[in-house]
Design a protein around this ligand. Sequence first.
Ligand code: PEP
Length: 260
Amino acid sequence: MKKTLIVGNWKMHLNTQQASLLVRRLGERVPQHRDIETVLAPSMLTLQPISLEVDRRKFRLAAQNANAQDLGSLTGEVSFAMLSGLVHYGIIGHSERRKYFAETNKDVRAKVAAAVRNEITPIICVGETRVERTNHETKQVVREQVVTALRDLTGPEAAEVVIAYEPVWAIGAGRPASAAAITEVVAYIRLIIEGQFGKNVADAVRILYGGSVEPDFVANILSIDGVDGFLVGGASLNYQQFADIVTKAHQLAAAKEQHA
Ligand code: PEP
């Protein structure tokens, strides 16, 4: 059985001291679970100090972004090559990067290839805006995002990636997308991957949901067929809420195992 994957994206929040405090508080509240993989994505600045103090049996680390080139004259940038060994995961193509930093599907493709080349597992964010949903373009948009992102990978490499379905209109909205909407798009993403790489790869890929995840919504969303975990924004900055999300996911996984 796949472990439930829960990723906390701290975005551009928390200085070094605040990040360290949050890690300590989470460490006190989150035990090591066999069935849950918990990942923290601090800012680039705090990744290194956090890596030295985090309990690696409980938490893995993710970068929120990195450059697609391994090295070069690119002032201010950090590459996946530099992050190799420091992080397990790299978040790629978050809607905020697409919106505020003009990242295209082509950029995402290059970053996915760079992450894989440097032994970092990509967490590829896909999802439609409200306008695209209203215009019935969700499937077309998500298809283009997924197909392009995975284009440079072999089947075994694609099987390892994580896709985060994050409807842009549900991010920070206070209410997640409906179960029906999540079910439809997650199933569609697996269908796309099946078309690209075959059924075994499609089944192996982990698909997360992201968008206003809070403890109260955990059970409902994790019961959706094909959802393997969460990408959490706002609630990951609150140690009680994030620890609650992990606990609820663990309770659900334990109950499922009992019934299996
Ligand atoms: C996000 O930005 O990826 C996200 C899911 O944020 P939130 O949980 O705050 O909606």
